[in-house]
Write a protein that binds this ligand. Structure first.
Ligand code: RAM
Length: 359
């Protein structure tokens, strides 16, 4: 996941460096953020060599506070923000899929006049009014982990492409099932943008001829709550007598499903994969419930979001495709279409390598 500056990056920075006195940083546009002005702010000039502003306040809003994944991600964000000389704060609801809670935390951060907000969105649209008000007040908004609609933020820090994440999970399950049998998905919140983009990529990938004997029979939602996810896993097994495999693209869901399977008659029979945290999944890999699963380093994701938030607030980027910023020891990152910043390739964890990771 470590990136080094590309030749293109270096050339761009050198060129912009020589022009930096002539360019205008857009950290303080003061634009009114109806859809058009956000677009024009995104299309404004950026200066990758503009000085990094210090003394900023960056607010992180995870999907929920009680998920280890977000604890680790936000620690990464804190490290980045503090390391750049600014203040970090984290606000959020304790657990579950509380979209209204996210809206009120955004409103509070706007009232407090923070400089930037990094948020993992529980819904693509429901946060938009609050986020547009924040942007209207001059606050730089970046989503991480789970996006809103692009017009409701300047940039999105994505773990990897939706296709890569979906394809990797489906491949792991296909290999374990010899590419045959009924499968189901145990997701998190029904509205979560990241979950839904992965589910639609899984559906698309299932059209590939090698999956012709695999059938997606159900998609259920555990809202990232441990008990609800456990109950949903149990229901899947009760309702689908021929179920052979489950994909759970959520750290809370896969952990709960593994717990259920490990205590059931289906242990080792019904295959489970998805997106899991190595420390959560270690016991289930050791006891044979799970063979392999996928994730990225959440600390690096949060760190990248922290760097992106400060880069936006410093006018080093505005959200336009092709802009670049330096994310500390992770190197230079380039903004893609719609301001998407991609961390890197996901990692597969199994009995061979799981002990090399501690998160
Ligand atoms: C859960 C959340 C999060 C997702 C990870 C993989 O913690 O749903 O949004 O990215 O799993």
């Amino acid at each position: 996941m470590h990136r080094t500056p590309t030749r293109r990056a270096s050339a761009l920075v050198a060129a912009v460096s020589s022009l930096s006195l002539l360019t205008t940083a857009c950290g303080d546009t003061g634009d009114s953020a109806d859809g058009d002005s956000v677009t024009s702010a995104k299309n404004g000039e950026a200066s990758p060599n503009a000085p990094t502003r210090k003394g900023l306040t960056v607010g992180f809003v995870p999907k929920q506070l009680d998920t280890p994944y977000f604890a680790v991600a936000d620690q990464g964000g804190e490290r980045a923000v503090k390391g750049l000389g600014s203040s970090f704060k984290e606000v959020g609801t304790e657990q579950g899929a509380d979209t209204d809670g996210q809206v009120s935390h955004i409103n509070d951060l706007t009232q407090e006049k923070v400089d930037a907000i990094a948020i993992s969105a529980l819904d693509p649209s429901a946060l938009c009014d609050a986020l547009k008000e924040a942007m209207d007040a001059g606050i730089k908004v970046v989503t991480y982990d789970s996006d809103t609609k692009p017009e409701c933020r300047y940039a999105f820090v994505s773990p990897a492409s939706a296709e890569d994440i979906a394809v990797r999970q489906l491949e792991l399950l296909g290999e374990q099932l010899d590419y045959k049998g009924d499968i189901a998905v145990l997701s998190a919140a029904q509205t979560a943008t990241n979950q839904n983009s992965w589910i639609s990529s899984i559906k698309e990938e299932l059209e590939d001829p090698r999956y012709k004997d695999m059938r997606l029979v159900d998609v259920v939602y555990g809202d990232d709550e441990a008990q609800k996810s456990y109950d949903k896993a149990e229901e899947l097994l009760q309702e689908h007598a021929n179920l052979k495999g489950i994909i759970s693209p959520t750290t809370n869901g896969i952990k709960a499903a593994a717990k259920y399977l490990s205590q059931s008659e289906y242990k080792g029979e019904v295959k489970l994969t998805g997106l899991g945290a190595p420390n959560d999944m270690r016991p289930y890999v050791e006891d044979g419930t799970v063979e392999a699963f996928v994730l990225w380093d959440p600390a690096r994701l949060g760190e990248l979001a922290g760097h992106a938030a400060v880069a936006l607030a410093s006018g080093q980027i505005t959200g336009r495709e092709g802009q670049m910023f330096l994310a500390g020891d992770m190197g230079w990152f380039e903004l893609g279409t719609d301001g998407v910043i991609t961390l890197g390739d996901p990692t597969v964890f199994d009995a061979e390598n799981i002990d090399d990771y501690d998160f």
